[in-house]
Write a protein that binds this ligand. Structure first.
Ligand code: AMP
Length: 249
């Protein structure tokens, strides 16, 4: 089985995001970037499928700037076999990303596509769902457990009411949640080996797709600063403040 995994380069979640001067987005100048955490879970799961003998080949796909090569090299160091970078310096919306995925999937014919449930930069949670519609493939979103049985994927999904387990026929699109697994770290020898693994670079324009954005960002704002807390002397003072000042009890 061939597995294709989506790997997005995002601002490191440990770094404080700052709005850029013209308030159109986040200032990424010299910012520390990393692999989207949910994509780390997708890569990890693909590696586990390969280690179990279920997957034969893992392809990591990223659509983004030239520097996304670093993120793909990380996926290769973790255990992906080869990588594809579809290069664009533009920020694309999920529909455009899903179209690019479809073009690559049409050429590569994987049986399983795994993406993160969401990218932590745009928090869209749309790419996997749109991709499954474009491909007309089954989808299993928010996976916290995955089991492959022949041509079927048994997926436990994290839903509001708890856990739901479904079977989907493959080929299928699975979007993964953080509880799916504990991603590993790349060892130094594997980081070195990853430099020699194949990484195919394509230009977005050469795919001939309509990737025009449909939304216009009006303004990006930082959340309001939180007011400082206070220390109360006694429980009765706390109750009094909650009742008469905050009016929450
Ligand atoms: P989103 O719908 O933007 O929240 O993204 C959901 C998932 O789609 C991410 O976790 C990635 O696995 C995949 N994805 C989104 N954008 C990209 C991208 N530019 N390159 C590779 N994968 C992506």
């Amino acid at each position: 089985m061939k597995v294709l995994v989506g790997v997005k380069r995002v601002l490191d979640p440990q770094v404080k995001a700052r709005v850029n001067a013209d308030k159109t987005g986040i200032d990424l100048t010299n910012a520390k970037m990393t692999m989207n955490p949910f994509c780390e879970n997708a890569v990890e799961e693909a590696i586990r499928l390969k280690e179990a003998g279920t997957a034969e080949e893992i392809i990591a796909l990223s659509i983004g700037p030239a520097k996304a090569e670093e993120t793909l090299r990380n996926a290769l160091a973790l255990g992906a076999d080869r990588a594809i970078l579809v290069h664009t310096e533009e920020t694309l919306e999920p529909l455009a990303i899903a179209k690019v995925f479809k073009a690559i999937i049409d050429a590569e014919q994987p049986q399983l596509v795994m993406v993160g449930k969401q990218a932590i930069d745009d928090d869209c949670n749309q790419t996997g769902q749109m991709l499954s519609a474009l491909l007309d493939w089954p989808q299993a979103t928010f996976a916290s457990k995955l089991e492959i049985n022949g041509d079927t994927a048994k997926v436990t999904r994290e839903v509001d009411a708890g856990l739901e387990t479904i079977n989907v026929n493959m080929p299928a699109v699975v979007t993964v949640d953080l509880r799916l697994n504990e991603p590993r770290y790349a060892s130094l020898p594997n980081v070195m080996k990853a430099k020699r693994k194949p990484l195919d670079k394509k230009d977005l324009a050469d795919l001939g797709l309509d990737t025009a954005n449909r939304m216009t960002t009006l303004e990006v704002m930082e959340p309001p600063a939180r007011a400082a807390g206070i220390i109360v002397e006694s429980v009765s003072e706390l109750v009094n403040k909650l009742k008469n000042e905050a009016k929450v009890i």
